[in-house]
Ligand binder design. Structure first.
Ligand code: NAD
Ligand code: TDX
Length: 330
């Protein structure tokens, strides 16, 4: 089987390639990645079964040539960071909308199986109280330029299935954590700040809740859907990992031997979503998926160890990332 993995040099895509190499001896992978600030060749293993092509998913000609050769496309490539989308939305429109459009058109022309990787943020946010969770029937209600462009890309996939018979599935996953995540994101930012002797930064009061899932559990679910999912269906991926941001920071501080109060409150994110929570019943009951990392605290401890052991991987991103946050006042 020949897989085309877009965004395979990013956080989740690179972990997906690694998981694929170790579990699927029959699969070879072509990674299509623009190697933006978020893409890193050092995240990819050197392996004869992996070919890296540097290119833009919005480049119709290149996309057509690569999709034509593939048995399936797994589409991870995106501009992925909410704070950046508030600063400059255009790259999000270009990659998440125009790029996805070019991939869909190529998959339609060559009748290639397509899996679209998306986010729970397309559903907007939930109240802090009440225990409500997102389901595949929750109406789309995105808050940020990032989530609105992901929502638009999901809707295109649905339309291409219905109008053109594209063989596609969609997954909407909650917040991922684990190795190879860019230091702009919440958890790696705080871990690497502490390694540098800098206090963690909590947006606003930090009551916002995210539903954390280990990246390998997300990627196992993507494989399950690729192989057994119903065409045209949307699957929500989550591992019942709801934790508020303040508790995440306090836990990181505790696990690294600091006082749990040793952090700073900084300016809140404009339009900051309050709470995400996933009901993954369809994935669990229909496809039999279960997380293998159900314990967030243990996963977080392993992630802290990973960043301690892989400073050479993250160090080159750190200064530029913090300068960008300084400019945003966060
Ligand atoms: P990331 O920012 O770490 O990686 C994105 C990758 O896409 C990078 O390697 C980048 O170089 C590449 N890319 C960007 N623009 C491109 C373009 N025009 N052409 C080709 N490649 C391009 O993102 P991530 O956290 O790994 O997220 C991957 C996917 O998963 C995204 O679609 C995201 O919306 C989705 N998702 C992420 C999370 C999360 O918690 N991180 C949760 C749910 C869904
Ligand atoms: O320094 C910080 N302090 C802080 O309190 C940062 C970087 C973030 N936060 C807060 C904002 C969020 O409530 O932590 C939470 C998580 O922030 P991010 O890591 O930026 O993630 P989020 O905005 O929730 O989006 C992530 O999950 C869904 C990914 O970046 C998206 O790509 C994915 O779709």
């Amino acid at each position: 089987m020949r897989l085309l993995v877009t965004g395979g040099a990013g956080f989740i895509g690179a972990n997906f390639v690694r998981l694929t190499l170790s579990h699927r001896p029959d699969v070879s992978v072509t990674v299509l990645d623009l190697l933006t600030y978020a893409g890193n060749t050092a995240s990819l293993p050197e392996d004869p079964r992996v070919t890296l092509v540097k290119g833009d998913i919005a480049d119709a000609e290149m996309v057509d040539a690569l999709v034509r050769e593939a048995d399936a496309v797994v589409h991870f490539a995106a501009e992925s960071h909410n704070d950046n989308s508030l600063d400059d939305p255009w790259p999000f429109v270009h990659t998440n909308l125009v790029g996805t459009f070019q991939l869909l058109e190529a998959a339609r022309r060559h009748r290639v199986r397509f899996h679209h990787v998306s986010t729970d943020e397309v559903y907007g946010d939930l109240p802090l109280e009440g225990g409500e969770r997102f389901t595949p029937d929750t109406p789309y209600n995105p808050s940020s330029p990032y989530s609105s462009t992901k929502a638009g890309s999901d809707l295109m996939v649905r339309a291409w299935v219905r109008s053109f018979g594209l063989e596609a599935t969609i997954s909407n996953c909650s917040n991922n954590y684990g190795p190879f995540q860019h230091v702009e994101k919440f958890i790696p930012r705080q871990i690497t700040n502490l390694i540098d002797g800098v206090r963690p930064k909590l947006y606003g009061a930090g009551l916002n809740v995210r539903d954390w899932i280990h990246v390998d559990d997300h990627n196992r679910a993507v494989w399950t859907i690729l192989e057994s999912g119903r065409i045209g269906e949307t699957y929500l991926i989550g591992a019942d990992g709801e934790v508020d941001n303040r508790t995440v920071i306090e836990t990181i501080l505790e696990l690294t031997g600091h006082e749990p109060t040793d952090y700073d409150h900084v300016a809140d994110r404009p339009g900051h979503d309050l709470r995400y929570a996933i009901d993954a019943t369809r994935l669990r009951e229909e496809l039999g998926w279960e997380p293998v990392y159900p314990d967030f605290r243990a996963g977080l401890a392993a992630t802290i160890d990973w960043y301690r052991a892989h400073e050479a991987w993250w160090r080159p991103q750190k200064l530029e990332t913090e300068l960008r946050y300084q400019r945003l006042g966060r």
